[in-house]
Design a protein around this ligand. Structure first.
Ligand code: TYM
Length: 387
């Protein structure tokens, strides 16, 4: 019954698992989404002061639904809003930041509201061993990392499901009434033995797409797509827009180009809390190399940046300068640059990034209340009951 999103023997993409080497062009066909064309990028560039975020320029955000309509609404003055989220865990890794960094850029450029759902309920329900106290404390911790990305405090509302549920409940039950157990079971691979909380949960991930009577644009990894397909089936019957999305690829794990970086496998990930020595050790020891086994062979045949994880991470966003990344690619491919040298570039970039992130994370502690309760948008949201 996983017919929507499993391609046997090749790769698997579900909200809980990414396995194998993902063929993103195939995924566009399988999921029925649209490729982000050069024409669409050009349109966005015209609206953002001639600037395109590195993740758009390099097709890390590669697929969409109705992004063209969002742009049209914006041009007509109807506006739109942004929505993204996070299921809290003990420590975020750098892959988790991708949608947040990009969402912040969109907010800066289009000056729109951002809603960030932190699903302490989802995490609790999905794992028998986790307590609600744990998932709530991870929510606190992860929210600091999210605030550190730099969202606009007047236009951003970060909420935890177990706290904001009262305001969402009316719309959530309207959504729930439109979805059958068999649809949810087929879409998410649930069983009749699944707990009833997780069966209801999709209504809560869909609810924020209906926080405003404008088009909602969701920047997220493409693994979250099954929720949006359900949303699009029912939104109009409830008087809302079908949610638009912009999907990203997955930052590959340290250990190789297959799958995605995952919290459950610590040697595959760099955590936002990893100190400089740990970063260096992990990259040197685990980062999968596209280089040759000996220096002589490497000088002769060169490295393969397509499978080299250090290169891929630089390409995803750690080396934003297009000329520099091109030079690194050429030098690595020709054998002029060795694997160790490439890894060293990444280690420096990563450690600079993490140091700055942690500085902002400290400052975030003072802003927590603004984003969750007292800020301009946050206080408006606590006054609203979503119907
Ligand atoms: P979660 O916590 O698994 O993931 C949070 C976001 O991070 C993306 N992501 C990645 N992106 C790039 N590379 C990776 N290696 C990587 N790993 C994770 C995910 O695609 C996601 O965008 N159910 C959701 C929480 C949620 C949500 C939302 C997410 C609630 N509402 C709205 C997106 C939009 C979850 O478990 O996310």
């Amino acid at each position: 019954m996983y017919f929507y999103y499993i391609m046997p023997d090749e790769f698997t993409v579900t909200p809980w698992e990414v396995k194998g080497k993902v063929d993103y062009d195939k995924l566009i066909i399988q999921f029925g989404t649209q490729k982000i064309t050069e024409e669409l990028k050009h349109k966005i560039k015209n609206l953002t002061g001639g600037e395109l975020h590195v993740m758009l320029r390099r097709n890390i955000f590669f697929s969409h639904r109705d992004l063209d309509l969002v742009i049209e609404d914006y041009e007509k003055g109807k506006g739109f809003f942004l929505y993204t989220g996070r299921a809290p865990s003990l420590g975020m890794h750098i892959g988790h930041l991708i949608p947040f960094i990009f969402t912040k850029w969109l907010q800066d450029k289009f000056k729109v509201n951002v809603y960030i759902e932190v699903t302490d309920d989802e995490k609790f329900l999905r794992n028998q061993e986790y307590t609600l106290d744990q998932t709530r404390s991870w929510a606190y911790d992860n929210i600091l990392d999210i605030i550190a990305v730099g969202f606009d405090p007047d236009r951003t509302f970060i909420f935890q499901d177990t706290e904001y549920i009262r305001n969402m409940y009316p719309i959530a039950i309207k959504i729930a009434k439109k979805l059958t157990f068999s649809e949810i079971r087929a879409t998410f691979g649930l069983e009749t033995s699944s707990n009833i909380g997780i069966i209801f949960y999709p209504a809560l991930q869909i609810a924020p797409t209906m926080f405003e009577k404008k088009r909602c644009l969701i920047p997220a990894g493409i693994d979250q797509d099954p929720y949006w397909r359900l949303q699009r089936d029912i939104a109009e019957s409830l008087g809302y827009y079908k949610a638009a999305q912009i999907h990203s690829k997955f930052l590959p794990p340290l250990t190789g180009p297959e799958g995605k970086m995952s919290s459950s496998n610590p040697e595959t990930a760099i955590y936002l809390s990893d100190d400089p020595k740990t970063v260096e050790k992990k990259i040197m020891k685990y980062a999968f190399s596209g280089g040759q086994p000996t220096i002589e062979l490497h000088r002769k045949y060169g490295g393969n940046p397509e499978i080299d994880v250090a290169f891929q991470w630089l390409y995803y966003f750690f080396e934003e300068d297009d000329n520099k990344i091109k030079k690194i690619e050429e030098d690595y491919r020709s054998g002029k640059m060795l694997t160790g040298e490439l890894k060293q570039i990444l280690i420096e970039k990563l450690n600079d990034f993490l140091e700055e992130h942690r500085r902002k994370r400290e400052e975030a502690k003072k802003l927590l209340h603004v984003f969750k309760y007292d800020g301009k948008l946050a206080s408006e949201m606590w006054q609203k009951v979503h119907e």
